[in-house]
Design a protein around this ligand. Structure first.
Ligand SMILES: Cc1cc2nc3c(=O)[nH]c(=O)nc-3n(C[C@H](O)[C@H](O)[C@H](O)COP(=O)(O)OP(=O)(O)OC[C@H]3O[C@@H](n4cnc5c(N)ncnc54)[C@H](O)[C@@H]3O)c2cc1C
Length: 457
């Protein structure tokens, strides 16, 4: 939708083709199975959305989303202990994916330049190895096929994109592909949050300890519109995940800390359990092909998809749309320009790719089917440095601020390698270690918790 929006700013006629019916209210749909699970939009992505569609974030908030300040509004257990709730430096928008999509879709489709072809499947590209000139589509209503001619085709069909076969049908060689797969799986259930909890209680994030040599287990409780908590449990390869409703709470109890289980043990579930096994890091390198057809670009998950634990997918897709916008504004559509633009889009996925793929390699039984040299050398030093930053960042605000800027995709990951940052790591003042979840007494009362923790003030 963001890609369609930026096309509509510069081009007279844009057609969005989707297999699904895109509902005119917030609703789950078949083509977006991941929407059943926690989806946060980091501030880095939210700023891009806001820049492209001013007022959108306020609309999402007005519809019940919550702007969660990191780390003020989040209680996080990292592999190195509890994170101090430092004043918010960045934020994430927390709401259901259907709500976020609906608000953006409603804004985007209001443009009379953008037409929507629903229940229509992109079947293949039309053109030759030098130029894509359209898409062959198939109606899911009557199976009728048709060619939609176009000056520019954007593949934004997500993780299941058929791009490789489509390019091969045009006579192009396969695009190189990397996969780093920690075998991540997700199980999600929604609960009625206690009164006041969606605004007065922090989001909760319990992370695995990658150093145990056992499959990682994670759990999050995120506030959602409609006074609900969305609770997602996830694990890496070899971990157990609840597929039945009755196994959800016992599985939450097996997390590295019982907080998630304590929170959900006395609230009512409002959905069954949904399970998903989509989570490998997968990246295509269209920029490495010696020839790339004019008239074609790929972005979003179709180009690069990441372990969702980091919450980077939507922000990365938004970055791609922003590059597209810049290119269209410059109006330079000569031969080879699409390849250059694709290269620029591909650069924007490098940070989330490295963050997710190098982290996942720390989990047992992670499969590394990648050629990226940065992921195929001895990573001991990289992982030691990441551990050092993580350990310091939970107790030193100055370090936490930079790490949060990077995690929220607000600055480049290279900020962690500057001499200024390295000096901070050496000198930053650390607060004492937290021995229990940092929850205030008012929060404990809201969630009806009698924690092992005495309340912090
Ligand atoms: C479990 C899970 C949790 C996640 N949590 C987060 C999170 O917290 N934060 C975050 O930023 N990201 C998260 N992500 C990633 C996020 O879902 C994706 O990065 C994002 O949806 C990518 O957007 P996209 O537009 O590229 O693809 P998608 O959103 O997948 O959209 C693809 C669209 O293409 C349509 N389509 C597919 N094939 C065809 C075809 N042949 N013809 C016509 N239409 C087609 C589909 O119907 C769909 O509408 C998560 C992912 C998963 C799996």
């Amino acid at each position: 939708m963001l890609a369609a929006h930026v096309l509509g700013r510069h081009i007279e006629s844009v057609t969005v083709v989707d297999r699904d019916v895109l509902p005119d209210y917030p609703s789950q749909r078949k083509g977006l199975p991941q929407a059943r699970h926690v989806h946060l939009l980091w501030s880095g992505g939210a700023r891009i959305v806001e820049g492209l569609l001013p007022g959108t974030i306020d609309q999402v908030l007005a519809a019940g989303a919550r702007k969660v300040g990191f780390h003020e509004d989040v209680v996080t257990l990292t592999s190195h202990g509890w994170q101090h709730r430092f004043p918010a430096r960045q934020y994430a928008i927390m709401c259901s994916r259907p709500l976020l999509d609906w608000v953006i879709r409603d804004e985007v489709l209001a443009s009379n330049r953008i037409k929507l072809r629903q229940r229509t499947e992109a079947v293949t590209l039309v053109g030759d190895s030098t130029r894509v000139s359209g898409v062959e589509v198939r109606s899911l209503e009557d199976d009728a096929r048709e060619v939609l001619e176009a000056d520019l085709v954007i593949d934004a069909t997500g993780r299941g994109s058929g791009l490789q076969q489509w390019l091969s049908a045009l006579g192009l060689p396969p695009v190189e592909r990397d996969i780093v797969d920690a075998g991540i799986a997700y199980s999600t259930r929604e609960f009625a949050a206690p009164p006041g909890a969606t605004t007065g209680f922090p989001a909760v994030n319990v992370a695995a300890d990658h150093r145990t040599g056992k499959p990682g287990r994670f759990g999050v409780v995120d506030p959602q519109e409609g006074d609900r908590w969305m609770v997602t449990l996830s694990c890496t390869r070899g971990g157990e995940l609840p597929t039945r409703d009755e196994d959800f709470l016992p599985c939450a109890r097996a997390l590295p800390d019982p907080l998630v289980a304590q929170l959900i043990s006395s609230v009512e579930p409002v959905t069954p359990v949904f399970v998903s096994h989509i989570g490998a890091n997968r990246r295509l390198y269209p920029e490495r092909l010696c020839r790339w057809p004019d008239g074609l670009l790929i972005l979003g998950d179709s180009l690069a998809a990441f372990n969702p634990i980091h919450g980077h997918g939507m922000s990365a897709a938004a970055r791609g749309a922003a590059v597209l916008d810049k290119w269209l504004a410059e109006g330079d559509f000569g031969p080879g320009e699409a390849h250059d633009t694709q290269r620029a889009i591909s650069e924007t996925v490098d940070d989330p790719w490295m963050m997710a793929a190098s982290k996942d390699l720390e989990y047992v039984n992670c499969r590394n089917d990648s050629t990226d040299p940065r992921l195929n050398r001895d990573l001991a030093y990289t992982h030691q440095f990441a551990d050092l930053v993580a350990r310091k960042s939970i107790r030193a605000q100055a370090i936490s601020d930079v790490a949060t800027d990077v995690a929220s995709m607000s600055v480049s990951q290279s900020d962690l390698g500057t001499s200024r940052f390295l000096l901070l790591v050496q000198q930053a003042k650390e607060l004492p270690e937290l021995t229990r979840p940092p929850l205030h007494s008012a929060e404990l009362a809201i969630a009806n918790l009698e924690l092992r923790a005495a309340a912090t003030s």
